[in-house]
Design a protein around this ligand. Structure first.
Ligand code: ADP
Ligand code: MG
Length: 739
């Protein structure tokens, strides 16, 4: 087996199909039509290139893969005398006259058009660019909803296509499926469609096949170039369906292939320390908890201890609803490492959360000999230096921290277990860095992307990811596909259900009355106020004003504190402490990041503008209440009239089953939103829909496994796949280059 399968000298079988080489040592192949910078496509230029780059389009190939999100079925053209009021229709007619009213951007362009059967008015608002493009005598294809203006049929803001007057009109008489692209304020769908047309003419022949022949025939897939053409210029609805299925499969298949290779890489190149649990260790650990563990916790601990006892590195995802008791499970795993004279790192996405974890763990570890520390970006230089030295020397057992632990190249003496809370807030690259975290005492310097000697497996820690976002199976298979999954379904005993109410503006008064009643009774409240952007000064001002409003008008006499993303860490912690110790009655929070907050006496939550959040985010937020013994309530304030918003929020009122909520979220918002894919590092699917394409996903997984069995490094039969994976995932899948 070659150690450097990407080295061109050793790997002559590179595909001739267009590839984008990213490895520094590989000489750049000739620029193909697909790699041509979009700026040089006819009709683009530097200004538009910039606009397109905001849509993720930098090359002609990118544009070809910028698929329409739907197709508008414009039907066959109709004559003007057959038009029906309030119905969408296509009309082919000649321009008789054009007139313009208004100034500048507010210009209204009016045209009178005529066909053999009658006359129609056409009005475009805010479309000054049309003024110079419309001329008497032109033949237009217009698609819009039919209205009426002084007894004459009228279309307002119809879609327009200029037809060639020299063409045979019979040519025009066919149904039309028009691609609709997601657009921006600076470029509209029609303009994108025209550019795509040019790109197809120029570059479609350069599109190579990525799927192996065997897979194409097995599933009856059309070719890649055909599928791309059909997405943009379909002749029939069936054609769109076929093209979509093939391209969606390809996305899923490549993802499954990448995941399968990663899994294989870990299995063959990585070893973890064996951390067995003896009955004595088990008893010692359990003694730390003031309650018996629940059945669900015990089951998960069984799975984890089985993993830890093996030298095969654990990569396990622990899912459990907020408050299900994941921290206890995490601490159990940590203490197994410590009992085996190894270190454990527990990482949280924010400093507040890390501090909370540390405080929570302190509670259980009071009086124990476990050496532990909290290390975040805000730890003072002197303390940090001391801690780092202790960590490297192996004199620190349990390290709680933030990403800072990863980014600042902390050298662990004997890292046995890494536990990451709220994994979905982390990027994949960090995940990879973690997994390949070298052990300083062994003098290793590289992770999976480096040149690990194959004969001497890389020593990596066991790896446990905790998430409170219940992830539907299809999603965990794809995004977290290389992880085993454990689920805690049962909540600890004595938990109170949370009542959730959707509150319309007219009912807000009653909600505030309830909040006041509870505060008067000694209970505490959260008020959550959304910030669109953490950095948005305007929003911050609004939130600050809101605090004043809450304190003075809505909850007079209550002690109100504010927590927002711009506060210094120490300030945040001070406010949290005040709230946790009951010196504040109300916490107004402008941020949703503090998901680990645990104040049992807080029993009421008000979420302003609830429609602005994802369902899973709301579900996590409301999990801040209902943590004690008193019944809790969550008010979702929303003035949104939208039906979708209403339906979504209703789901939340009806169920507390996080999995159902996540599925609903997935349906409505897609996986990117649910998991924050952009931070996550995986490209989002363009066409695949994880709910509707579940069967495609299963096929893709099986096919990928077969390919890996046949050609584990994709260097013999499947070099085209290898190139495509590299092109698609670029630096995200370093394991491809490790072989
Ligand atoms: P999560 O991290 O999953 O949101 P936590 O681990 O923070 O949940 O647990 C939530 C609360 O439940 C904590 O206050 C914890 O002390 C309590 N708890 C956890 N496990 C049990 C148990 N087995 N019995 C009773 N209470 C428990
Ligand atoms: Mg927790």
């Amino acid at each position: 087996m070659s150690k450097h399968p990407t080295d061109p000298a050793r790997n002559p079988g590179r595909p001739s199909s267009p590839t984008r080489a990213t490895a520094g040592r590989t000489p750049a192949p000739p620029v193909s039509a697909l790699e041509k910078p979009i700026q040089y496509l006819r009709g683009v230029g530097p200004h538009r290139a910039q606009i397109l780059s905001a849509l993720g389009i930098t090359t002609v190939g990118d544009l070809l893969e910028y698929f329409p999100f739907r197709h508008e079925d414009q039907g066959r053209p109709q004559t003007i005398d057959t038009l029906q009021l309030d119905t969408p229709a296509t009309v082919i007619a000649a321009v008789e006259s054009v007139s313009v009213r208004g100034m500048f951007r507010n210009q209204t362009v009016n045209a009178r058009v005529r066909d053999a059967t009658g006359e129609m008015l056409v009005t475009w608002f805010n479309a000054p660019y049309l003024r110079d493009k419309l001329e008497r005598g032109q033949i237009l294809r217009l698609y819009g909803t039919v209205g009426v203006n002084r007894d004459i049929a009228q279309m307002i803001n119809p879609r327009v296509q200029w037809l060639d007057p020299d063409e045979d009109p019979a040519q025009w008489d066919h149904p039309r499926l028009v691609p609709v692209y997601s657009a921006t304020g600076q470029i509209n769908s029609q303009q994108i469609a025209r550019l795509v047309e040019t790109a197809l003419a120029e570059a479609l022949p350069a599109v190579g096949e990525t799927l192996p022949e065997s897979i194409r025939t097995r599933h009856g897939f059309i070719g890649r170039a055909d599928a791309i053409r059909a997405m943009h210029q379909p002749r029939t609805l069936e054609e769109i369906g076929e093209a979509r299925r093939r391209l969606a499969y390809e996305e899923l298949f490549l993802m499954q292939l990448a995941i399968g290779l990663q899994r294989r890489w870990t299995a063959t190149h990585a070893r973890a320390p064996a951390l067995p649990v003896t009955p004595k260790i088990d008893e010692h650990i359990r003694r730390r908890f003031p309650f018996p563990l629940t059945g669900a916790q015990n089951k998960v601990i069984e799975q984890i201890t089985a993993d830890l006892a093996s030298t095969r590195p654990m990569t396990r995802l622990l899912q459990g609803d907020v408050g299900s008791g994941k921290t206890v499970v995490a601490l159990y795993a940590a203490l197994v490492a410590v009992a085996n004279k190894h270190q454990c790192a527990i990482l949280a996405p924010t400093e507040v959360l890390a501090a909370q974890h540390f405080a929570g763990i302190e509670k259980y570890l009071a009086g124990s000999r476990v050496r532990r520390c909290l290390l975040t970006g805000k730890t003072s230089q002197a303390e940090r230096k001391q801690m780092l030295a202790a960590i490297e020397a192996g004199n620190m057992d349990l390290i709680v921290g933030t990403q800072a632990l990863l980014e600042q190249r902390v050298q662990f003496g004997r890292l046995g277990v890494v536990i990451v809370d709220e994994q979905h807030k982390f990027g994949v690259s960090q995940r990879a860095a973690l997994r390949g975290k070298p052990q300083s005492s062994k003098g290793r310097r590289t992770g999976p992307g480096g040149k690990a000697p194959a004969a001497d497996p890389l020593l990596v820690p066991h790896y446990l990811v905790m998430t409170a976002t219940p992830i539907p199976r299809t999603l965990s298979m794809t995004v977290f596909g290389d992880l085993d999954v454990s689920v805690i379904k049962e909540l600890p005993p004595g938990r109170q259900p949370i009542i959730t109410r959707l509150v319309r503006p007219k009912d807000e008064h009653a909600a505030w009355t309830e909040v006041r009643r509870r505060i008067a009774g000694g209970e505490q409240a959260y008020i959550v106020y959304p910030l669109v952007e953490e950095s948005d000064a305007l929003d911050l001002k609004a939130a600050t004003l809101e605090v004043t409003h809450v304190a003075q008008d809505l909850l007079p006499g209550a002690r109100v504190g504010l927590l927002h993303g711009r506060m210094k860490n120490a300030e945040k912690q001070a406010v949290m402490r005040e709230f946790a110790t009951g010196r504040l009655d109300v916490l107004v929070s402008t941020t949703v990041i503090e998901v680990g907050v645990d104040v049992p006496n807080a029993t009421v939550m008000v979420i302003e503008h609830a429609e602005r959040y994802g369902l899973s985010a709301l579900h996590q937020l409301r999990g801040r209440v209902g943590r004690g013994t008193k019944p809790s309530i969550c008010f979702l304030f929303s003035d949104s009239q939208g039906e979708v918003a209403q339906r979504r929020l209703d789901v939340l009122c009806k169920t507390t089953d996080g999995f159902r909520i996540a599925e609903e979220d997935l349906k409505i918002r897609g996986p990117g939103e649910l998991l924050g894919t952009r931070q996550h590092g995986w490209p989002e699917f363009r066409l695949a829909n994880l709910l509707e394409d579940a069967d495609l996903l299963m096929q893709a997984r099986d096919d990928a496994a077969e390919i890996i069995r046949e050609d584990p490094h994709l260097v013999q039969k499947y070099t085209a796949l290898r190139a495509e994976l590299r092109r698609k995932f670029r630096d995200k899948v370093a394991f491809i280059d490790v072989g």
